[in-house]
Design a protein around this ligand. Structure first.
Ligand SMILES: *Cc1c(COP(=O)(O)O)cnc(C)c1O
Length: 376
């Protein structure tokens, strides 16, 4: 056997092919059941997964939608947020967060981040408040529920809606409560690479408010209130039966995957030791961070990425290479009047290293060894 080839097997950011055959067989059976059924859109599989996801998050309702971006947009629209309203959110996030706000016609106002977590800064959000502020979209970045109780109080005090962008935080728990249960709504994506993902696009909105759940149910289906009666101008953003049935299967693995991700996070904090690298602050409680992404910061990010790849065949990605206000389409966007210096520094230095639950212990050691060997 050729040892060096084994040592240099690629370590990927995500590796679905490494999932167990037991899981794959269950997914195939779920697909077969849908294909053989009488209903392919908005049927039993969607209702079952909605109920299961609401229970998992500890909320009364969950409404399946087409993807995570629509989950945010439809939440805002169900809250009657649109032109003339301002929505505060963070400057370091997936672009979908901003696109969803823009699509409602509302004005996003972009806050800076905390250098130590990468998550939105409360002090900056405070500076973004105005008489027009209606809501705040709180992104649980990298899988971390950060200062969630403080954000809930901040939104209550300010008289604005709290919308959680939970696309990176499936199953994260803070103070005994799940991501998606703190805000008036929680928006989730099940894009394949998320902690709970499917084999295509899917999303869901969680809420305890029956009126909002009903309104989102109407809006996801062209604004159809009863058959062929359109009370609102909605969109087509339905969760389909195939994705829902696969999600019900994969949901049974989620806790085990998150347990593995949390162990990987612990391992990295224990063994990464290189003065040229900075880590984000370690979460005080293990369950509040489900390690969707593990980020290291360095002065020469491209150099580190190249070192990992060319010496050890380890993939990495940048989340995100630009802050929101640096995107061409966001020219002139409203930002914290004090500027966004922490976000601008973060996006130049951050690098996400593999932390998916199918990594073996040997692969984890290879990652740490390569990181510790890195010289500026
Ligand atoms: C993935 C992601 C989204 C968008 O989800 P899609 O299903 O791709 O539309 C939104 N916000 C954050 C923070 C994400 O990571």
């Amino acid at each position: 056997m050729n040892i060096s080839r084994i040592e240099h097997r690629p370590i990927l950011m995500n590796d679905f092919s490494a999932e167990s055959s037991e899981l794959k067989d269950e997914m195939f059976r779920a697909v077969q059941k849908v294909v053989g059924s009488k209903c392919w859109i908005l049927g039993q599989s969607v209702r079952e997964f909605e109920a299961a996801w609401a229970a998992k998050c500890g909320v009364s309702y969950a409404v399946g939608v087409g993807n995570g971006m629509d989950a945010i947009e439809l939440s805002l629209r169900a809250l009657n947020i649109g032109p003339g309203d301002e929505v505060i959110t963070t400057s370091v996030t997936a672009f979908a967060t901003i696109a969803a706000i823009l699509r409602t016609g509302a004005t996003p106002v972009v806050a800076d981040i905390e250098a130590e977590t990468g998550c939105m800064s409360l002090m900056s959000a405070e500076r973004c408040l105005s008489a027009a502020t209606k809501a705040l979209v709180l992104v649980h970045l990298y899988g971390r529920l950060n200062r969630t109780d403080e954000w809930v109080r901040f939104c209550e005090r300010s008289g604005i809606y709290l919308i959680e962008d939970c696309a990176q935080a499936h199953g994260a728990i803070y103070d005994g409560r799940s991501a998606g249960s703190f805000g008036v709504v929680g928006a989730f994506s099940f894009y394949p690479t998320k902690n709970l993902g499917t084999v295509g696009d899917a999303g869901i909105v969680t809420t305890n408010d029956s009126r909002l759940a009903e309104q989102i149910t109407v809006l996801r289906n062209y604004g159809q209130k009863s058959q062929y009666v359109h009370s609102d101008l909605g969109i087509n953003s339905r969760l389909d039966e195939l994705q829902a049935s696969i999600l019900s299967v994969r949901l049974r693995w989620l806790d085990a995957w998150n347990t593995r991700r949390k162990a990987i996070l612990e391992f990295f904090y224990e063994y990464i030791d290189n003065k040229n690298l900075r880590l984000l602050s370690k979460p005080i409680d293990a369950d509040m961070h489900v390690c969707h992404l593990f980020v290291v910061l360095t002065e020469d990010r491209d150099g580190l990425q190249n070192h990992l790849y060319s010496k050890s065949n380890i993939a990495s990605l940048v989340h995100y290479p630009k802050a929101v206000h640096q995107q061409p389409v966001c020219e002139g966007i409203k930002i914290d009047p004090a500027g966004l210096p922490c976000a601008e520094r973060h996006v130049e230095k951050c690098l996400s290293i593999p932390c998916h639950p199918n990594l073996s212990d040997d692969e984890l050691e290879r990652i740490v060894t390569s990181l510790n060997d890195y010289e500026l």
